[in-house]
Design a protein. Structure first.
Length: 255
């Protein structure tokens, strides 16, 4: 079931989204050569704690996962697409890092992700990251009252495929509200004019994921969480929580 939020609820979700944005900004600032992924998780925890927010990631245990998730961020490096567990890995010069973070504040959730490089960036990585951001903006632009879920999916997929990148099958966006994952699903590729009609008060996480080599193949690593590219090529991830409103898309997870 898709919950339609009131305008007051959207304002509350904006507060949660702002905390997510602050945590991501702090993690990006802290990321440097030699810093561990675990330290980045600690940075995000401090931001959530200061804001009085909880984490929808910490101890999240879906049916397919062997263990609860142990952190407040997903930290995915280089060939990891999503769901990377922050550990003692130390960032290297030229690493491509994707950070996904959520927050729950006053009973409402926010969810967002960014990708960036550490140290000297490879031009091909910057292009991959820029394209993920472009695909996200295209999806947001399509998130208007009267459009359909397929219009968002088509907008995202057209940018990704047009740049020659792969899209991992089975992964995409979702509704957001009292919990991090709600109906409806928001694919990263699809046909325009298909799917649920968008209404004022719907809230969606739109999240392109791109694979540099153009393949769609991926696998889950031994930890049961980290999703990696099949050919070890690099990946990028971008995400915002977006409210559908009569005045146009309202991005809830920007600073």
């Amino acid at each position: 079931m898709v919950e339609i939020k009131t305008d007051e609820s959207l304002d509350s979700m904006r507060a949660a989204g702002r905390v997510v944005a602050q945590a991501l900004a702090a993690v990006r600032e802290a990321a440097a050569v030699g810093v561990t992924l675990r330290a980045l998780d600690e940075t995000a925890r401090a931001v959530l704690s200061e804001a009085g927010a909880g984490s929808p990631f910490l101890d999240y245990h879906p049916d397919w996962a062997p263990t609860p998730f142990p952190a407040v961020i997903c930290a995915s490096v280089n060939s990891a697409i999503v769901h990377g567990i922050p550990d003692n890995y130390r960032l290297h010069d030229g690493d491509l890092v994707s950070i996904d973070c959520g927050a729950v504040l006053d009973g409402w959730a926010g969810d967002s992700a960014i990708s960036f490089t550490v140290g000297r960036a490879r031009p091909e990585d910057l292009r991959l990251i820029d394209t993920a951001d472009e695909a996200l903006e295209a999806g947001i632009a399509a998130a208007v009252v009267g459009n359909r879920i397929g219009d968002i999916a088509h907008a995202v997929g057209r940018v990704c495929r047009g740049a020659g990148y792969g899209i991992p099958d089975g992964f995409g966006g979702h509704g957001v509200g009292r919990t991090m994952h709600e109906d409806p699903g928001v694919p990263n590729e699809g046909r325009p004019g298909r799917g649920m009609v968008l209404r004022h008060g719907m809230v969606l996480a739109i999240e392109p994921m791109l694979i540099a080599s153009g393949t769609d193949r991926h696998f889950t690593g031994p930890d049961g969480w980290t999703v990696r590219t099949f050919d070890s090529s690099r990946a990028s991830h971008a995400e915002h929580t977006v409210a559908i409103t009569d005045a146009g898309p309202r991005i809830l997870t920007r600073l």
